[in-house]
Design a protein around this ligand. Structure first.
Ligand code: FES
Ligand code: FE2
Length: 322
């Protein structure tokens, strides 16, 4: 199995996705892994393959006392180093392969089984300061290769098609595009037309959106795209995360942060309703992107070019030159 962008740092999960003492299965570059978090917040990660008869460890169970996982097939128990445990004691060398993690606060990064070629970006830790973490949304597997998926996030022209009904964006002038190696920044404004009453009733978060939204995007190739918008109610910040599950599948999720303030929030439950609604709208955006990307025919050389495609070309070049 070929790895996509070997040596890139991948943000494979936020701590809140793991739960406590529960096996959490994920796939990265064709390989399945199992993670678990103990109540002290320590995170273990092994290849999901039992070294006895290759059962999926993630179907087994966690022992809190031993901080171990037990295989569902013959109930052999492994500690977080992958060593076999007998009566709570580790025997010999690790047998189950470990996945090296880099845990930064709530963010769980890994290079998979490759030597690092880029440092872990500090974009998220530096930009999310002062924001409240509102949750994970838009968590899904896209049936498409990584390059296809990342292209849509670097594509400023798809709002008019893919997200037309949701946001009614008429124009999105881009006033800044700066690139510096694997990092890039963009400032653009969404100019919207009115949503209909029925659209608003279906999606209350549309009430929070003015007709012009100035937003800033920060890109850290290849894993992270940070979208920050100032709304009348305060700022929202969404980190769109991507990593390759295999050559043909890409995982995505969004870390949603907000800094919303309103005197109306003294009304019980209002803050919660609006925050939920914003998370749901983002899930809808991701669903629309996902469906658009998964529906594409095999790539050909484009015979038409639109304005504002430089950033798309930039991302493609980083991918191909890797
Ligand atoms: S296959 Fe895991 S214990 Fe036998
Ligand atoms: Fe999109």
């Amino acid at each position: 199995m070929n790895s996509t962008l070997p040596g890139a740092p991948w943000l494979i999960a936020h701590r809140s996705m793991l739960g406590i003492n529960k096996p959490y299965k994920l796939k990265l570059n064709g390989q399945d892994y199992v993670l678990w978090q103990n109540p002290a917040g320590e995170i273990a990660a092994l290849e999901n393959i039992c070294p006895h008869m290759q059962a999926p460890l993630s179907e087994g169970w966690i022992c809190e006392v031993n901080n171990s996982i037990t295989c569902p097939y013959h109930a052999l128990e492994f500690d977080r180093a992958g060593r076999l445990l007998k009566h709570g004691l580790a025997k010999g060398e690790p047998l189950a392969n470990k996945l090296e993690l880099v845990v930064q606060g709530d963010l769980i990064w890994t290079y998979g089984e490759h030597e690092p070629r880029l440092p872990i970006p500090d974009l998220l830790s530096s930009r999310t300061e002062g924001f409240r973490f509102l949750g994970i949304t838009g968590d899904r597997t896209i049936e498409a290769a990584f390059l296809r998926c990342i292209r849509i996030n670097y594509d400023f022209n798809h709002q008019n098609g893919v997200h037309r009904e949701l946001f009614r964006i008429q124009e999105n002038p881009v006033e800044l595009f700066e690139k510096n190696g694997f990092e890039a920044s963009v400032i653009q404004t969404f100019i919207r037309s009115e949503n209909s009453l029925s659209e608003i009733l279906k999606n209350l978060s549309l009430l929070t959106l003015p007709k012009q939204i100035r937003n800033e995007l920060d890109y850290s190739f290849p894993s992270t795209i940070l979208f920050r918008a100032r709304l009348p109610l305060g700022e929202v910040l969404q980190a769109f995360i991507l990593y390759p599950e295999s050559e043909h599948q890409t995982r995505t999720f969004v870390l949603f942060y907000g800094n919303l303030q309103s005197p109306l929030f003294i009304l019980p439950g209002l803050r919660n309703v609006l925050e939920r609604s914003l998370l749901n709208s983002t899930a809808k955006v991701v669903e629309q992107d996902t469906n658009a990307v998964a529906s594409l025919y095999p790539a050909q050389k484009p015979k038409i070019r639109l304005p504002k495609e430089e950033i798309l070309t930039y991302a493609e070049k980083l991918y191909h030159d890797w």
